[in-house]
Design a protein around this ligand. Structure first.
Ligand SMILES: [Zn+2]
Length: 310
């Protein structure tokens, strides 16, 4: 990996959204709504299968790469939401698994990631894509833990109101957004490169693939075939491919095969000569190079999906 991020034949940017750091009743929710009862196994098992941070660090360290982790400072159902929402099952799923970014264990893992060369960014809470003041407070809490500014964000559920959400992000000092993508589809439908929606140094990284969209109903082996197809396309087009693996999907007990798929994808990208790393690092090289993607060739508002996954 001697080439810089933008000199390599293509790039694979790695990211993890941290929606929850422990299971509550989400496995029960998925069992009932998706009729997928395999999730219930995790309720019966000892330990916290969502605490995958050290395993991910070890896996990536072993491959010589780093990644971006976006931490979520979600609203609290009983403190921040009105009583008429308390009984909605979706509200329970969304708001009751929250964690505190400045709780000792979470703050400690954020600082260890930061010290170890990983990127720590902001996973904007469910409503924050239209609530810039809220997002600014969330950003400040993470920065207080790290004791330095963060540069990147991805909105929870990929919520976006284009281009207004990006304007908010830029106004509160975020350098890039990684929310443009889909929970159902994988591919380069939003282009092969990050782009500058306003023609300045605020940059958008389209999401190429999320783990659940890759595996979905097709299973892990078929997902690997899809990964190879995406790598072929990335290599042919000098693309920046961005992938999202939620940290809880590294739990082999609950999500068998996802961890191996992630490792295999990174290994294959490295074998093809790709630069592999965090979005923030690619961002800096992209801006230093004065790379493309101006507002003149990419108008904001190219019908991105408003709601994606978690
Ligand atoms: Zn999320």
């Amino acid at each position: 990996m001697s080439d810089g991020p933008t000199q390599a034949p293509f790039a694979l940017c790695l990211s993890h959204d941290v929606d929850r750091v422990r299971q509550t009743f989400q496995p029960l929710y998925y069992a009932l709504t998706e009729r997928n009862f395999s999730h219930l196994r995790s309720l019966l098992a000892p330990g916290n299968s969502y605490w995958q941070f050290d395993d991910i660090m070890a896996l990536e360290d072993d491959l010589g790469v780093r990644s971006s982790f976006y931490f979520l400072d979600e609203k609290w159902l009983f403190g921040d939401k009105p009583p008429w929402e308390w009984l909605h099952v979706d509200a329970w799923k969304r708001y009751t698994g929250r964690y505190d970014v400045d709780s000792p264990a979470v703050a400690d893992v954020m600082r260890r990631l930061d010290d170890g060369g990983w990127e720590v960014g902001l996973h904007g809470s469910y409503d924050s894509y239209t609530e810039p003041d809220r997002l600014e407070r969330e950003k400040a809490r993470i920065e207080a833990v790290l004791d330095h500014p963060v540069s990147g964000t991805r909105q929870h559920y990929l919520n976006l109101d284009v281009p207004e959400t990006w304007r908010h992000h830029r106004r509160i000092g975020l350098a890039y957004d990684a929310s443009l993508g889909s929970r159902d589809a994988v591919g380069f439908q939003h282009g092969y490169e990050p782009f500058r929606p306003f023609g300045d140094d605020f940059v958008v990284f389209p999401l190429t693939a999320m783990e659940v969209a890759l595996v979905g109903d097709r299973g892990v082996e078929a997902a690997w075939v899809e990964c190879e197809r995406l790598l072929d396309e990335a290599e042919s087009n000098g693309a920046v491919m961005t992938v999202l693996w939620h940290q809880r999907y590294f739990s082999e007990r609950e999500f068998p095969g996802y961890r191996g798929l992630y490792r295999r994808l990174i290994q294959a990208a490295l074998e093809r000569g790709a630069w592999v790393g965090p979005l923030g690092e690619y961002y800096r090289a992209f801006v230093d190079d004065g790379r493309a993607g101006s507002a003149s060739d990419r108008e904001p508002g190219a019908d991105p999906p408003r709601h994606g996954p978690g």
